[in-house]
Design a protein around this ligand. Structure first.
Ligand code: DAH
Length: 339
């Protein structure tokens, strides 16, 4: 029995020495000292021993128990210290780590396109003019040769505030306001801004969008000057290899009027953007109608002019290959962060 106890002790101490984690020690404690443990089994068997042997063996069992307990405690302290070290090392704060940099905002894609277009015209000597978004019927329609009963008013589904006041349906009223302010001096302005129409929001329509208007009035201005300015714009914005073409059209405030296309980057080979035609419509333009000049205070015998108007969203959509106008207004970071 003594021998057996010696073996138990040696076995226990060896296991304790090999234990690498505090919870392993718990298992060892149960295995040797628990109620169903090895040592307890020996104590139970003591009844079979001769009476004089019992105290001797009892003493040895106690010693073995004490040695095992001490070994468990010592090893427990060592392991706990080691585990603490590891934990501290893991949780160390590196105060020299660089901080998280704040997220920077950046320009909206419509703003980028608008600025690019503005820069081109500023480079040609145009200046920027502005007008109100809540506009009088007179400037939005009447003075642009769209009298109240004019059928062309049907082209605009307007948002009226009162019978005489509405959200401007285009940037063309800035032409009139600028002429009233400037006459009889020459004019060379662009007017970017928001415009409003009574359209439901879908992939290609928005009740609010951006336009950029152009107006040049001076002595001897010709349709050829308009073509020159727009050709230069197209080459600067789309690329030197581009051309424009003008198709006859009608706007009440210009005479003659044109719809202007830029040649497509596919060079007529046919692509999704130009739908195989080789041309992309970019704006409306024309010579300022003498009726409009006269109403705004200029003498059409003395001066002439040209005007043009373009939709910024459509230009931006083609530039960045965007097929849904709504993404411009939703402010989804996943979209905006791409610019
Ligand atoms: N105002 C027109 C529209 O909203 C666009 C336009 C066409 C403007 C021809 C012009 C122009 O200045 O000459 O559809």
């Amino acid at each position: 029995m003594k021998e057996q106890l010696g073996k138990i002790k040696a076995e226990a101490l060896a296991e304790i020495g090999n234990a690498e984690q505090s919870n392993t020690l718990n298992d060892i404690r149960i295995k040797f000292l628990g109620k169903k443990g090895v040592l307890t089994a020996i104590l139970r068997g003591m009844g079979d021993l001769a009476p004089e042997e019992r105290p001797v063996i009892g003493e040895i069992v106690n010693q073995v128990r004490q040695s095992i307990e001490k070994a468990l405690d010592d090893r427990g302290l060592t392991l706990a210290a080691r585990e603490q070290q590891v934990k501290l090392a893991q949780e160390t704060l590196d105060i020299f780590l660089p901080g998280r940099s704040p997220r920077m905002g950046h320009a909206h894609p419509l703003q980028l396109v608008l600025e690019e277009i503005e820069d081109i015209f500023l480079g040609m000597g145009f200046t920027i003019a502005e007008g109100p978004e809540v506009e009088q019927d007179y400037y939005n329609f009447e003075a642009l040769n769209l009298p109240k009963d004019h059928p062309a008013r049907d082209m605009h589904d307007s948002l009226y505030i009162t019978p005489e006041v509405l959200l401007r349906t285009h940037t063309s009223p800035v032409q009139i306001r600028t002429m009233e302010r400037m006459h009889p001096n020459p004019i060379r302005i662009i007017a970017p801004g928001r415009v409003y129409r009574r359209d439901a929001l879908d992939a290609s329509h928005s009740p609010m969008f951006l336009q950029l208007e152009g107006l040049l009035v001076d002595k001897g201005v010709t349709f050829g000057d308009l073509k020159g300015v727009l050709t230069l714009f197209a080459k600067k914005f789309y690329g030197e290899d581009r051309q424009i073409r003008m198709r006859p059209s009608f706007f009440p405030f210009t005479e003659p009027s044109a719809e202007v296309d830029v040649s497509c980057g596919c060079l007529g080979k046919g692509c999704r953007v130009c739908k195989g035609t080789g041309w992309i419509e970019i704006l409306g333009a024309g010579s300022v109608n003498p009726i409009v000049l006269k109403m705004a205070g200029y003498d059409p015998e003395e001066v002439s002019g040209f005007a043009f108007g373009m939709g910024i969203e459509r230009i931006a959509m083609r530039k960045y290959d965007i097929n849904d106008i709504r993404v411009f207004y939703e402010n989804d970071q996943r979209f905006l962060n791409q610019f």
